[in-house]
Design a protein around this ligand. Structure first.
Ligand code: SF4
Length: 316
């Protein structure tokens, strides 16, 4: 399959004070194939959300390129940009904050539709009802306001709004982390089902490694603005290579508490350092149990160690 998204040496820096640069996305490259789900994981503040938004053109890139279907997202003219906005959507973490409280559900769903399609009143109504049904809501919800719905229902509206413009690509930015644990699985299952039915391509951003495992074809692990490991989901979880990935995976709780956890837990020492003026060498240096002299000054590049398995670490 061909690449739908290509991210090439992408950087997104923010000036946050005199001589202080926050390197939220610091030279990131990857691609996403058509119909694929790429999981992007890491602790909060690692730059995954900024990366998703820079890919969508919500933020301008400081350097580097994002190609959608071969076209440079940050160099599009107005009509190309409009088309891109239709094709590339986002589902936000907090469905409440992302829905306008003064708009009804049908107005929210139709907003993008009205920009991109010319529908008659009847066609529009029909489409709204169709979308409500697709996401597991019904006609009765159309005239309601966001505050009248539960968190899970609101996220279903967020999904319907994204689907309304018939996108090819969706950035799912922590779409379940604000929801009750009891409904998280429902929303994930819905996203998986929609992907299959509509051939969607996902960038799935999450801090929850165990959740991403089941829905991603490949997973990228971000640390302080950089991707430190990128591999097919199975390989990453069964055979993580980077010391940071190993620590994250060893910290995933085992679902059945009766089974004794015999894995070697690797404790992560210290806090995530600040992404402002990050260290010269390996960004994980201060927390890495296997750090060597070389790691202090030389930044390891992301290299393909086995087929499709990339890691940025001097151990390999
Ligand atoms: Fe640890 Fe060095 Fe590898 Fe960085 S490059 S993760 S410090 S061993």
């Amino acid at each position: 399959k061909k690449n739908l998204i290509e991210v090439v040496n992408l950087k997104k820096y923010f000036n946050v004070g005199k001589d202080m640069v926050l390197k939220a996305v610091d030279d990131v490259s990857f691609n996403i194939k058509e119909g694929e789900t790429l999981g992007l994981v890491g602790e909060s503040g690692c730059g995954k959300t900024t990366c998703g938004r820079t890919i969508l053109g919500i933020y301008n890139a400081t350097e580097g390129h994002v190609y959608f279907d071969g076209q440079d997202v940050h160099a599009m003219n107005r009509s190309e940009k409009l088309k891109f906005k239709k094709n590339a959507q986002i589902i936000f973490q907090d469905p409440y904050a992302s829905l306008d409280p003064r708009m009804t559900i049908s107005e929210i769903i139709a907003e993008g539709m009205d920009v991109h399609f010319k529908l008659t009143h009847k066609e529009r109504e029909k489409r709204i009802n169709e979308l409500l049904e697709i996401v597991g809501l019904n006609q009765e919800h159309a005239s309601r306001f966001p505050h009248e719905l539960s968190g899970g229902q609101r996220q279903r509206v967020g999904i319907a709004r994204a689907l309304a413009v018939e996108p090819k690509f969706i950035v799912c930015d922590e779409p379940i982390s604000a929801l009750d644990v009891s409904i998280q699985a429902q929303i994930v299952n819905l996203l998986v089902k929609l992907q299959k039915e509509m051939g969607l391509t996902y960038l799935f951003i999450s801090h929850d490694l165990s959740m991403v495992k089941h829905i991603s074809d490949r997973v990228g692990v971000m640390y302080l603005g950089s991707i430190v490991e990128l591999a097919p989901s199975f390989n990453l979880y069964e055979k993580p290579l980077h010391p940071y990935t190993k620590a994250l995976i060893s910290a995933i709780p085992i679902p059945d508490p009766k089974i004794e956890d015999e894995r070697n837990r690797i404790k992560l020492e210290g806090e995530v350092p600040s992404p402002i003026n990050p260290p010269e060498g390996c960004k994980f240096y201060k927390r890495c149990a296997r750090a060597m002299d070389k790691c202090r000054n030389s930044r390891p590049e992301l290299k393909e160690i086995e087929k499709d398995h990339f890691v940025a670490c001097h151990l390999y």
